[in-house]
Each structure stands twice: as C-alpha cells, then as structure tokens.
Unconditional design. Sequence first.
Length: 459
Amino acid sequence: MREDNRQKNVPKKELNQYTFEELRDCADNEFKNLNAAKLSRTSPYEVGSLLERLSPEDRQKVLKKLSEEDASDVLAEMNAEDSAEIISEMRDSRAIKILRALEPDDAAGLLRELDDDDRERLLSKMPKGDADVLRDLLTYDPDTAGGVMTPCVISVCDDMTCDEAIQHLRKSRDSGENIENIYVVDTKNHLVGVLSINKLLWTASNKKISDIMCATIEGICTAEQDKELAAKMMTQFHHNTLPVIDSQGCLIGVITHDDVIDIIQEEATEDIQKLHGAGGDETIHDGIIYSTVRRTPWLIINLFIAFFTSRVISLFEAKISEFTILAVFMNLVASLGGNSGAQTLAISIRSFALGEYHPGDSGGILLRETFKGMLNGLLIGTIAALITGLWARNGMVGLVVFISMIANMSLSGLVGAFIPIFLKRIKCDPAQSSYIFLTMVTDSVGMLIFLSIGSRLLL
C-alpha cells in the first residue's frame, strides 16, 4: 500500500473516521448525510465491506464522494469480482484513473474478472506504458507467482559503485516497493545477487556492488511456479519480498508480504469451505442462486450417503425391535467416531497445506492415526461403557458400546488420514468435501459395527 495511505491505520477518533455502523446508518438515509472528507479518512476496508452489501446505484453514490486514489484503496480491499462489477458500472475515464492508481498486481486481478470486451476497451484507452504492464501481468495464470507479483521492483546493476547505487535508488524511490533488500542484476537484467540496504549505506562509496553483494539468493520464484509454493517460501525464509524471474533468469517482479498474506488467507478459506462441500470462493454475501448451485451437488451426495446409512440400520430392524436399547445408543458410537475422524481430517489437511506431508510418509501417518483413534476409543469407550451400563442397568450393553467405540474410532482415525492422502494421489484437492466422505464411513460403518456386535452379544 502507498505510504500516504498509512495514516488510515491510526485510531479513528484522532482522524474522525466513520465506523461501519455509521456507514450503514448513512445507507438507511440514502447517503444524504455522508460527509466526503470524513469518508476519505475512513478505513478502506470498512468502506469496501459496506460496498459489498449495496446495490449498484448506492455503490456509485458512495464512490462519487471519493477521489480516484481513495477509491482505488477501497477496491483493493474488496473481492476482485465485486471490484470488477463496480469498475464496469463507471465511466471509462474514471475507471481508468482508478485502475492506474491501483498497484499493478491489484489492477491486473481486477481486469481478469471483466468481460473480454470491457477489459480490452479500458486497456486501449490507458497510456501505452501502463497498458503494456497490465497486459504482461494478464498473460500469467492467476494461481502462479507471475499472477500475483508486482513488476514495480527496484534493482541495481552489479557494475555500479555504492555511491551510484544510492543515487539510483533515490531517483527510483517512487517506482518500486519499499524493501530492506535490494536485488542486483547484470547488464542484461539477469538476477545475480542480493544486497541489504544497511550494507550498502555503510560500505565505502567507491566499492563495487559486485564485491559486496551476496550471490546466493534464497527463495527465488519462477513466474510459472504455484503461488502457494511462493507463500511457503516466504514463511520459510522470513523475507519481506521474493524475487520472480522468467525462463531466462531475468528479474521481472517481486512478491510482497501482503500478497503472501492474501494467498494464505485465500487458501485457508478455500480449504475450510471445500471441506464441508461449500464453494471455495463463496461468501455470505453471494446471491441465493449462486450459492445454491455450488452447494447442492454435494448435498445430493450426502443425501444418498444418508440413505445408505438408513439401509444399514434397516438390516437390523428385527434386532432393534427386540432390543430397543440398541436404538438409544447407536447414534452415540457414530457421533463420537465422526468427531474423532474430523479431528484427524483437520490435522491432515492442514499438514498438506503447510507442506508437511511427503509421499513416503503415508504408511507411518495411517498407522499412527489408527493407533491414536484406538487409544481414544479405549479412553472414551471406557467412560461411555460405564455410563451406558449404569443407565441401561445392563453390563452387556456397556460392553457393546465399549467394543464398538474402540473399533469405530480406530477406523475413523485411519479414514480421516486416508481420505486426503488418496485425494492427493489422484490429483484432487485434499479438502474437497472430505468431511462428507468421512461421514459416510463413520455413520454407516459405525452403525454396522455397533448393531453387529449388539446383535451377537445380546442374544
């Protein structure tokens, strides 16, 4: 974010900003009392949160109160789809000014969401230099390092002296990201080293950059590399930026720490929503039809799983009629098994996301999680058996619960680890509806185990 916008992070009382509740009250009055000066000092995040809830007409009423630079800050805080919708509703002249005020990577992300005709129309009306930068960024897949990088990177040449490098940095201070480390390139823009700003300032002015730079660079990204791998690199090496190079090794941009925060948040959100069969990019403000279309297929699968579980129960209808006490406790076993499996599933998927899983780990993981489930089954099963036996006044019923709990929780641990490993092996997202598949096993097989053991021991 630009330096002149950092004042918006100071306490609201000091700058007399709007709170979200105050903005919502203004919406109730059709923004008749909305103060432009106060709005310009309000956090872009708060304004963006409001715009996501408004109609197209009301969005324009708010944005007309903001300058192009302030409006760009607001759109940068919003979902790219919503920002693109807002841009498409503006006059071309104002839309272009806002796009130029955005950071290039944010502007490219917004343009990706526009229709081809709208995108090309806006690019054709922009200054050629700005349009060329955005067109280059749009050639990269949005899920790659090139798709999230910013081309605004300041570098120095290895044949410069320290004094020449400092003068160069002063001239370039408004054209790049604020960085602690400076990337060094040769005369053909190949990335050849890195240099800390402190070392540059404290070294003799006539010293060559090539003599003081570090030729070993950690965390270099290629433009086609997956953006998740780039995010993991930044967390591994604790850098503020990561350099991005093309296939010839030329420096073409950097990935900044705020880009990585967005990537991590996006991936975590996608995983947790897919885990339960919702759309990875859904929000609570999406339209009814959109969300319904995304969720319904998995709910239909869940319905058939439920029918399968019901079929399993129906196989023991006679036994349940004879020993009605089984009906009281059979959901207990399935429920605890489901919770145990969900714990394993959550840990497994998070480990995948953090890159902690390697193909050779599969056997050990499955074995450990099975034994963890078994140990939990022993502990929880003992407690459940004692309570059940006292409640039913029948020690055999407690024994049925005890054995069933051990068996189902052991199976839940195994399946909770197996599902994401299997999905990964077949090139699918490990989080995609894993909980639904887990439920199928813990419910149907759990019921089958409990009723089978009960029908044998309660003869």
